[in-house]
Design a protein around this ligand. Structure first.
Ligand SMILES: Nc1ncnc2c1ncn2[C@@H]1O[C@H](COP(=O)(O)OP(=O)(O)OP(=O)(O)O)[C@@H](O)[C@H]1O
Length: 320
């Protein structure tokens, strides 16, 4: 669906994309990265809206440098920021966008009605967009990306600004774009956790560079963080520290759980598989301590991929 080769985008002060080479197949793919990682820049290049500084990219087999128009005919785009006209209704706006994509008037009206129903907008579709909630506006943006029946859609931060219920509904809708209509999806987010549930494949970028591209199952198996809490004992008045020291001696890196409830008594470590669970159990038992909890934690992307304690603490503080 998408292939980039050593793709770079340099602004005078910032390198937004840095020799990014990645292949994206059919299905639902998540593009994850912190704010400023280069996600929106990549989407704009893939749509042929912004030229790359170097490297090349193809979307649906079409070169982004020369075939931007053909790509935009076949690909839908939901931009990140609010770009909707407040004075027209969802129906008027989406019909207009359908007409712009070349649909004749009757087909444009029919497709608009179907698409707005699909994204969950009913009677309110006749009211001016200016009075809509954030969730409703996101649905209108999604509808205009789908109305011309594209083969592929780019959704830039579609869950931004939504409450947890709205977020879940939007993630469900995104999944159905692929299962019900066979449209492939590239969806961006700065939250790894929400894309884990929705996507078949996850691409992680940081500072414009590719950090990882793999199927969601591979991803979650290899990046599980364990949170461990143990009791103290007479022999080990600081049980947490005792466990940490033994784990370090066995070559397992840990960091503290500052920012979590009960900070100071929580150890975080990356589990490479079943053997990590066994190791922790044995270490705690050998020290004669009690294991209060050992649980998997979801990640924010900064927590998984930064080595800096500062950033890790920040990510943990946000709840992951
Ligand atoms: N037109 C521009 N001129 C100069 N710098 C830019 C421009 N567009 C983006 N950048 C910079 O490029 C980097 C990547 O931005 P980009 O918008 O692609 O990130 P992002 O991952 O989409 O993050 P966000 O979700 O915050 O938009 C940022 O440092 C940004 O400030």
């Amino acid at each position: 669906m998408i292939a980039t080769e050593s793709l770079s985008k340099r602004y005078p002060r910032v390198t937004a994309l840095d020799r990014l080479s990645v292949d994206v197949g059919p299905g639902v793919t998540g593009l994850v990265g912190a704010n400023g990682a280069g996600k929106s820049t990549l989407i704009k290049i893939l749509l042929g809206l912004s030229p790359a500084t170097e490297g090349r990219a193809e979307v649906l087999g079409l070169d982004v440098a020369t075939k931007g128009g053909d790509i935009r005919e076949r690909v839908g785009y939901m931009p990140e920021h609010d770009c909707l006209p407040p004075d027209v209704s969802a129906t008027e706006f989406v019909v207009h966008m359908a007409r712009m994509s070349g649909l004749p008037p009757t087909a444009a009206r029919e497709r608009t009605a179907d698409t707005l129903r699909h994204v969950g907008l009913y009677e309110e579709r006749y009211r001016p967009i200016g009075g809509y909630s954030t969730g409703m506006k996101q649905r209108v943006k999604l509808a205009q990306a789908l109305v011309h029946d594209p083969q592929l859609v780019f959704l830039d931060e579609p869950t931004n600004g939504l409450d947890p219920v709205g977020r879940d509904e939007m993630l469900g809708l995104i999944r159905r774009i692929h299962t019900d209509f066979g449209i492939s999806v590239l969806v961006t987010s700065h939250l790894l956790g929400e894309l884990e549930r929705t996507c078949d494949h996850v691409v992680v970028v940081d500072g414009g560079k590719l950090l990882r591209s793999s199927s969601t199952t591979d991803f979650t198996q290899t990046t599980t963080t364990l949170a461990i809490e143990v009791t103290d004992s007479d022999e080990h008045p600081d049980g947490t520290r005792a466990v940490r020291d033994v784990l370090h001696a066995r070559g397992v890196d840990t960091h503290d759980g500052s920012g979590l409830p009960g900070a100071g008594h929580v150890l975080l470590l990356t589990a490479s598989g079943e053997e990590t669970y066994d190791l922790v159990r044995d270490v705690v038992a050998d020290l004669g301590l009690g294991l209060v909890r050992m649980e998997q934690r979801r990640h924010q992307i900064a927590e998984v991929f930064t080595n800096s304690d500062e950033q890790r603490k920040e990510a943990v503080g946000h709840g992951g």
